[in-house]
Design a protein around this ligand. Structure first.
Ligand SMILES: [Zn+2]
Length: 78
């Protein structure tokens, strides 16, 4: 049976929910996590999400779809 591990899309840290309620675990380095739990890559499935650090860093980017789709200079075209 595969484990489902939450991984940050930006920094690729994973969340270790072992012994905590889901979502309450500590974020740590992917290789450290795999070593600690003696897992091989084929034994885990990743659920992509954002760690708290990246979420706050990229919050403006993530919450402004208009800003992401509106390219520069479009409204100034003659
Ligand atoms: Zn992150």
């Amino acid at each position: 049976m595969r484990s489902i591990v939450a991984m940050c899309c930006f920094c690729e840290k994973v969340r270790d929910d072992t012994g905590t309620e889901p979502g309450g675990g500590l974020w740590q380095d992917f290789k450290f996590y795999m070593g600690t739990h003696m897992l091989r890559p084929e034994e885990v499935m990743f659920s992509h999400t954002y760690c708290p650090g990246c979420l706050s860093h990229y919050r403006d980017f993530l919450t402004s779809p208009k800003g992401a789709t509106k390219g520069p200079g479009i409204e100034k075209r003659p």
